[in-house]
Design a protein around this ligand. Sequence first.
Ligand code: DHB
Ligand code: FE
Length: 293
Amino acid sequence: MTDATQQTPAAQTPAGQATAAASGAAATERFRGKQHTEAPVAGTARVGLLASEAIAAVHDVIRRHKVTYAEYDALKSWLIQVGQDGEWPLFLDVWIEHVVEEVANENREGTSGTIEGPYYVPGAPVLPAEATLPMRVGEAGTPLLFQGQVTAVGGAPLPGARVEIWHADADGLYSQFAPGLPEWNLRGTVIADGQGHFKIHTLEPAPYRIPTDGSCGMLIAAAGWHAWRPAHLHLKVSVPGHQLITTQLYFESGSHLDDDIASAVKPELILAPAPADSGEGNEVTYDFALDKA
Ligand code: DHB
Ligand code: FE
């Protein structure tokens, strides 16, 4: 088993105050960094169609609900604030992305996808097929052995598949998006063995509350919603010749499976861990099936 690369004791690096502004700014910067192309992704006909139908949908809401000038101005000021807070990635990934994912993956036969969310970072440390994710000494949480096999649809093992995994810590914080956490805390790129098997030692994540002190939080409070996502592991599983799948796995015993603020739970993505054979924490097996490219 490969051990953690970071040795910073948890007690010496309190996560500090994770603010919406800090995570929003980091998520905005991260997203900008991944947009390499300046080439248009759609022609004028398609842009015109999508933009006019989206605008018409808003007109329809205004007419049906007799939206007032005061409400229009409140919306304008809120939209300006979302940009200033850097919260567009958070807003879009919570309330819009799940439908984009549904459309993108509707023809897959293999493992279901779900949203990526704003906190993926490429290039996490590469780890062998059995590995412990980088974590602080004394990292809080119940140990979890997450293991499985990556195959093609139909069951042929996919040797050397990449299992990228990232998740929040016990405080619901993601490394690189909250102050004070080691760079790659609870993030790794695990390379499956010759039969596509992997064994990842980590900790069960806690339920995650999207930041409430920024403009997304303002909307949630004003609408009387809650800000919770169920505890989840994020994954990207890939191998050349097959389609990469971006997904999340949830926990049967956890809260908010039925009312995820990001609407990203699917029944087939819910894990039921059992006490580990080792006597330490829990373990669960989940196999991934990848569609051909
Ligand atoms: C958001 C955060 C997540 O961890 C996630 O999985 C999806 C969305 C967000 O804050 O937008
Ligand atoms: Fe998340």
